[in-house]
Design a protein around this ligand. Structure first.
Ligand code: COA
Length: 183
């Protein structure tokens, strides 16, 4: 298991307590939570509990969402990564979910796409996964676009947490073929 992933502009590494202030700015923003159940956090303790949960996932599953930093300035931009989802959905008892979230001031610069592509690569090449999936609220056009640009294919619309979501997946073989065609 690598301890960091570097891309052209980003450093991806495990989330840590030092990320909490910037992370709080992100997750207390109602606009960030527009398509995430509209429940921004309201106190730091909630986020500390989330961090403890994510750190437990690192121990139990060897993976989880990681911090996304500007590699030149070390600025926390948000998080991205693969989370092992143990909630069954049609066709899957569990699956690896590609997700990302950025502070609003960092939207629109291609960071989510850059991180998502790196995570798909990592999932197939380093973790040897057979499939990666992702979902986005059907109205979350930016997130759907990122999933597509990372190579995931739209499967169908399905319900998560009482909300209709677009469901996307890509299998390792298809991804390898897609990569060969682009080379
Ligand atoms: C979704 C999110 C991560 C995207 O981050 P980002 O770094 O701005 O994304 P990128 O710049 O890599 O790409 C976004 C793409 O969607 C497009 N896009 C943005 N808003 C759009 C909209 N309303 N309609 C259609 N396309 C849109 C952008 O043009 C861009 O595509 P392009 O590169 O072809 O121009 C960011 O908006 C965010 O953090 N949102 C809140 C949390 C969230 O919804 N997370 C996803 C949960 S499933």
């Amino acid at each position: 298991m690598k301890i960091a992933i570097e891309t052209e502009r980003l450093l991806l590494r495990r989330l840590r307590p030092e990320d909490l202030d910037a992370w709080y700015e992100m997750d207390s923003d109602a606009e960030v939570h527009r398509y995430l159940g509209k429940s921004p956090i309201t106190d730091l303790q909630q986020l500390k509990d989330v961090l403890a949960n994510v750190q437990q996932q690192y121990i139990d599953n060897g993976i989880g969402r990681w911090a996304m930093l500007d590699k030149n300035t070390n600025t926390f931009l948000g998080w991205a990564g693969l989370k092992l989802m143990k909630e069954p959905t049609q066709g899957h008892e569990e699956y690896y979910d590609l997700g990302y979230r950025l502070l609003r001031k960092h939207w629109g610069k291609g960071y989510a796409t850059e991180a998502a592509k790196a995570w798909v690569n990592y999932g197939f090449e380093e973790m040897n996964l057979s499939e990666i999936c992702g979902r986005a609220d059907i109205g979350n056009a930016a997130s759907r676009h990122v999933l597509e640009k990372a190579g995931l294919e739209y499967i169908d619309d399905r319900d998560f947490d009482g909300q209709p979501h677009a469901w996307y997946c890509i299998q390792k073989g298809k991804w390898q073929n897609h990569k060969k065609q682009q080379a």
